[in-house]
Design a protein around this ligand. Sequence first.
Ligand code: CO
Length: 148
Amino acid sequence: MRSWLFGALVGLVVVPSVSAKTCDVTVSGNDRLQFEPTELSASAQCPRITITLVHTGHLPVNVMGHNWVLIRTDDYPAVMQAALHTGIANGYLPEHDARIIAHTRLIGGGEQAQVIIPTKSLRRGESYTYFCSFPGHGALMKGILRID
Ligand code: CO
């Protein structure tokens, strides 16, 4: 009787799904030019992916500004080059550049910014790179986004 009851109770335990969709991700940036994490994956089943950038540092935006800019990895060298010819007024991003899939605004220490990306603008299996376009940051502050 006791073992039957135990078996029945075990059967009732709800096992959390290990394949839960990841649709909302947070990336932090600090005063030492580091993004954390440097690898992200999100599910193609999400209608949209929400990226929240949190600047955990203390320095102001004109000194240690961070943004989160998403491009195809193949476009990374050219977009980095184009960003060099911009200014803080444009958030250090070239205007109307179709290679930029999504980006947050530029923020300083203690601030947060969010961007929502419709998943239909992303392809499964493509390699995407995210980086900070503040001058001199993108070589260190970058990561890879994968769509599963
Ligand atoms: Co930065």
